[in-house]
Design a binder for this molecule. Structure first.
Ligand code: 5GP
Length: 182
């Protein structure tokens, strides 16, 4: 068993996982965030190596062959994965590590690390999720419809998680997550 503790934050696309986690990391600088790799294009405000490691499909597939991911999945027509090496190293050092991944990936991590704490973030309602996705302005209509369709299936899996946190008022969701981590 590793010395550190692993927290997995999951939930539908647009539910605010990134925003909540940014606030949590701001308040708790002892936490280590694992940067995922993805083959999707960076959005305007995203920085390579900070929000994601943006890599090519070929590089991603090579990492799969080298067994370089703790888990990965293909969704929204792109690969997303958690590089294994950095996470294992941080846990060995006794660090508290946070991953943000989608629902299927969260389940895969839990199978590999049964002691991981999986937190599921839900929106106040499906209508609000749709409004947030549209308000984000980062996806076209077709992509939003696909994300909402996937979100329906994901929301149905909330009960597989150790904790469910509603992201209605941001600071309350942040406080809930900090309490869970404590
Ligand atoms: P986005 O394209 O909006 O940044 O992310 C789409 C989805 O991919 C989100 O639900 C996000 O949590 C998920 N995701 C991000 N990183 C990873 C990862 O390392 N592994 C998996 N399985 N999903 C991820």
């Amino acid at each position: 068993m590793s010395k550190g503790k692993l927290f997995v934050i999951s939930g539908a696309s647009g539910v605010g996982k990134g925003t909540v986690l940014n606030r949590v990391m701001h308040l708790r600088d002892d936490l280590s965030f694992s940067v995922s790799a993805t083959t999707r294009n960076p959005r305007d405000n995203e920085i390579d190596g900070v929000h994601y490691d943006f890599i090519t499909k070929e590089a991603f597939e090579e990492m799969i062959r080298q067994d370089g991911f703790l888990e990965y999945s293909a969704h929204h027509e792109n690969y997303y994965g958690t590089p294994a090496g950095p996470v294992r190293k941080l846990l060995e050092e006794g660090k508290t590590v946070i991953l943000i991944i989608e629902v299927q990936g969260a389940g895969n991590v839990k199978r590999m690390f049964p002691e991981a704490c999986n937190i599921f973030i839900i929106p106040p309602s499906f209508e609000i999720l749709e409004k947030r996705l549209r308000g984000r302005g980062t996806d076209d209509d077709e992509s939003i419809i696909k994300r909402l369709d996937i979100a329906k299936g994901e929301l149905a899996r909330a009960e597989e998680f150790d904790y469910i946190v509603e992201n209605d008022v941001l600071e309350e969701a942040v406080a809930d997550i900090i309490t869970i981590i404590k």
